[in-house]
Design a protein around this ligand. Structure first.
Ligand code: HEM
Length: 455
């Protein structure tokens, strides 16, 4: 209670983690819905009576809508927290990060919301071509929205394109440099691929669930096929090149964070990558390690013999504030990412052998696997944000400087409990509505022959 900063951090960490459960699915689904709509157009050309792709797309648009609503409701309070809990940070850096946060609201969010309405309610009014165009616009809006948010975070990780005003605050000096921050490009590619992983796993889980219950077999098979193939492609891309490039960014600009993520205490060439082990910070070593020699040197610098600085070589005040949590978050993310590739590779193989729909054991695994991308994504963000500590703006402005000076820790704890209660109720309502949709299954519109043809 005596440390308001701690409670400000708890509140933001809690609300942002909860919030991001929703946009990761909407951003991933936005791409998969476009794929389903394109698939529907192609399928109807060859089989005019087969509406399974359209039925699957319609179902996933409804799930998108529910997630979108939750994303909006849980996203708005965070914008206010910049003012209530992080007033000094907002006064210092608002001239820069306010740009992208506003651009997100004005350009991307409105695009996304308008076309979501067209997608949900416009299917009877629009031709198939225009309905697909609405899906594409929704995809563009939601991915653009993601870009502006990631760019804001990237500025905090690797500040570029700014200048310091006479009053000490920051403002944008070179807009293109700020908007196309190399950190943002790498982070965006990785984050969006992770969102597609989440959506693919959710899509295959629901497809598997229907097939196991022997319901809605045609849209179930479509959801499973699209989910599994997109799952394999995105799980591969999340590891390489996107995860690898992110690792190189961290090595270049936050070497102390890299050392902590890897539990790498002693500097040296041929640095090993750690598969398993427990960081023992007091003794400056990793306990019970299982390592692969030289791989960290290669991952970080593209050279198996490159020296990698260990944590012990950095001054303590530069260390991330929670080395253990950072280390475990990173290893949970990478460990799960490896399992995702294996699972989706096996599922794709069975799909190619035309055995997936009847492999009940594998369908059970796919159905139960959907929470894990949420865990990997949360672990990923924890890695990024814990690795940034003790800085709010890396190398420029410390977290300790950014809190609101007049807000008491008790007030922040009180409002955090309020958020927790509200989010619990909202979460239960959300689960009920999604369960209702899933158990009801895809709804058909009307016979395909009555509907307008391609635009
Ligand atoms: C499989 C190999 C993977 C590698 C090598 C990898 C690598 C990385 C790295 C280096 C970071 C940045 C850490 C920092 O900025 O300090 C990161 C962040 C992140 N990762 Fe991963 N990752 C992998 C798998 C995954 C998976 C499977 C997911 C989720 C499905 C995921 C989601 C994220 C997210 C959401 C972030 C935070 C945003 C960002 O900074 O990009 N990652 N990852």
């Amino acid at each position: 209670m005596s440390d308001p900063l701690f409670w400000h951090r708890v509140q933001f960490g809690f609300t942002v983690t909860y919030h991001y459960l929703f946009p990761q699915l909407t951003m991933g689904l936005a791409l998969l819905i476009v794929i389903l709509k394109v698939g529907a157009l192609r399928r109807l050309k060859s089989h005019p009576a087969d509406t399974s792709w359209d039925d699957a797309a319609r179902f996933w648009v409804r799930i998108f809508g529910l997630n979108f609503a939750m994303g909006v409701v849980t996203g708005v309070p965070m914008e206010f927290q910049f003012g209530t809990n992080w007033a000094r940070f907002s006064a210092h850096a608002g001239g820069v990060i306010g740009q992208t946060l506003a651009m997100e609201g004005i350009f991307a969010f409105f695009l996304e919301s308008s076309f979501l309405a067209a997608l949900v309610w416009g299917e009877r009014k629009l031709s198939r071509g225009w309905h697909l165009a609405a899906a594409v616009a929704l995809f563009v809006g939601s991915w653009l929205s993601g870009y502006f948010i990631v760019t804001t975070n990237a500025f905090m990780q690797h500040p570029v394109g700014y200048e310091t005003a006479p009053d000490g605050s920051l403002q944008v000096a070179r807009l293109a440099e700020f908007l196309f921050n190399p950190w943002a490009l790498a982070q965006y590619a990785h984050t969006m691929m992770a969102a597609v992983v989440t959506a693919s796993f959710v899509m295959s889980a629901v497809g598997a669930f229907w097939l196991l219950r022997q319901e809605h077999s045609a849209p179930a098979a479509v959801s499973l096929r699209v989910g599994v193939v997109a799952g394999l492609v995105s799980a591969l891309l999340v590891a390489a090149p996107t995860g690898h490039v992110q690792g190189q960014m961290v090595a270049a600009h936050q070497p102390v964070a890299l050392a902590a993520m890897e539990g790498h205490f002693a500097s040296g060439a041929h640095a090993p990558i750690v598969m398993i082990g427990q960081p023992n910070v007091a003794a400056l070593r990793l306990d019970n390690p299982i390592e692969i020699p030289s791989v960290l040197s290669w991952v970080a610098y593209g050279d198996f013999s490159a020296p990698v600085r260990g944590l012990a070589d950095f001054p303590r005040e530069e260390w991330p504030t929670n080395v253990e949590l950072l280390y475990y978050s990173f290893h949970v993310m990478v460990g799960l990412g490896t399992l995702f590739i294996l699972l989706m590779a096996v599922a794709t193989l069975q799909l190619l052998r035309r055995r997936l729909l009847a492999s009940r054991g594998l369908l059970w695994v796919l159905m139960l696997a959907f929470p894990f991308p949420y865990i990997a994504t949360t672990a990923g963000w924890m890695t990024t944000e814990l690795g940034r500590q003790p800085w709010l703006l890396y190398g420029l402005y410390r977290t300790a400087e950014g809190g609101s000076p007049t807000v008491h820790g008790g007030s922040t704890l009180f409002t955090t409990l309020g958020f927790a209660g509200l989010y619990l109720v909202l979460g239960l309502l959300f689960v009920f509505l999604v369960w209702h949709e899933v158990s009801h299954g895809p709804r058909s519109l009307r016979p395909a022959t009555d509907r307008p043809g391609p635009a």
